[in-house]
Design a protein around this ligand. Structure first.
Ligand code: FUB
Length: 331
């Protein structure tokens, strides 16, 4: 168990590499569900083979001024019968006395699927369901438990995350992203069953449009969806935030409906050290926080990342103030 007091814009832990932090407040404490990056010197490529993660650790803090606790291994791939490799960005949810860990991994055919594991404790250990969630595909699940009790799962990522290979509704390994002038692919979303263990119906593509209602195009790499969706509510609106991948930003769009369409608004976080950027947004004791990662702990190695947090500010009109991840450093 490692303990350190977290500082804004600094690694939450340094004894392991961590990424893709999904933060939640459970029982009045902050729990963070990150990926656990492996320390290896193998090959890197656009397919993401360097992200070889095999297990999850849960981190927690009483508050932002208290030490971070690493609760140890919460789930290992050896205990997930349907998964073969690459346990990527997870998320967690609570419902009816049970905690749920949603996670992507490649199945035994090399296709990314999403599975779920359960625990009576937010810190785990989690026990995986024997099969992946039927109808699931791609990566980066994010679950919103709405105020009316309905739960939605958002997911999807391009390139290594295989989202472009599902455009027809079935897996076609040679399918590519849409042409630059065509509408970009959106994340997928669907309701979860009451027991949180299965998808209710076929996932729907979430539309992201500009202020005039026109779809964001695939060639608009500063705004188009790439991976890492997160949905939270503020001022009666749903905020969908995500990574733009190739332009390395975290951006957001808003809607009155959890399933969209979402109208693009702006940038939450400018590029960090390292190729990927991935986040979550959570409210704790009347303040809002962005949890994110970069590769600063390893001196910029893409697959050796560290999770961090920053305070997030809303302007009077509900827009989010853009965060600079390196506020004290000279550019
Ligand atoms: O951590 C592996 C992958 O990198 C995640 O699933 C993506 O969101 C990106 O952060």
């Amino acid at each position: 168990m490692t303990k350190a007091v977290p500082q804004p814009n600094q690694p939450l832990v340094t004894h392991i590499y961590t990424a893709d932090p999904s933060a939640h407040v459970f029982d009045g404490r902050i729990y963070i569900y990150p990926s656990h990056d492996l320390d290896h010197d193998g090959e890197s490529n656009d397919n993401g083979d360097q992200y070889r993660m095999e297990d999850y650790h849960v981190l927690s803090m009483d508050n932002l001024a208290s030490p971070v606790v690493d609760h140890g291994e919460a789930l290992h791939i050896r205990d997930v019968p349907w998964a073969s490799k690459q346990m990527w960005a997870p998320d967690a949810a609570y419902k009816n006395g049970m905690y749920y860990l949603f996670f992507p991994a490649r199945d035994h055919d090399g296709i990314f699927r999403i599975g779920v594991a359960t625990s009576p404790s937010p810190a785990g250990p989690f026990r995986a369901q024997p099969t992946y969630m039927e109808g699931s595909f791609s990566i980066d699940p994010a679950v919103l438990v709405d105020d009316d009790g309905r739960s939605y799962m958002y997911f999807g990522g391009l390139w290594g995350g295989q989202l472009e290979k599902w455009q027809t509704g079935e897996f076609r390994p040679d399918d590519k992203e849409p042409a630059p002038g065509a509408p970009a692919l959106g994340p997928r979303a669907t309701l979860l069953s009451d027991d949180m263990l299965s998808l209710q119906g076929a996932p729907k593509e979430i539309e992201i449009v500009d202020e005039d209602g026109n779809p964001i195009l695939a060639g608009d790499e500063d705004r188009r969806y790439f991976e890492g969706p997160w949905v939270h509510k503020y001022g009666g609106l749903y905020y969908l935030s995500y990574s733009t991948g190739t332009t390395h930003k975290l951006v957001y769009a808003v809607s009155r409906d959890p399933l969209g369409p979402y109208t693009f608004k702006g940038t939450i976080l400018t590029p960090v050290i390292g190729w990927t950027t991935h986040h979550s947004i959570v409210q704790f004791e009347n303040k809002w926080y962005l949890f994110y990662h970069d590769s600063s702990l390893s001196g910029g190695i893409n697959h050796k990342r560290c999770v961090k947090y920053a305070v997030l500010h809303y302007e009077e009109d509900g827009t989010i103030r853009t965060i600079d991840p390196y506020p004290e450093q000279e550019k």
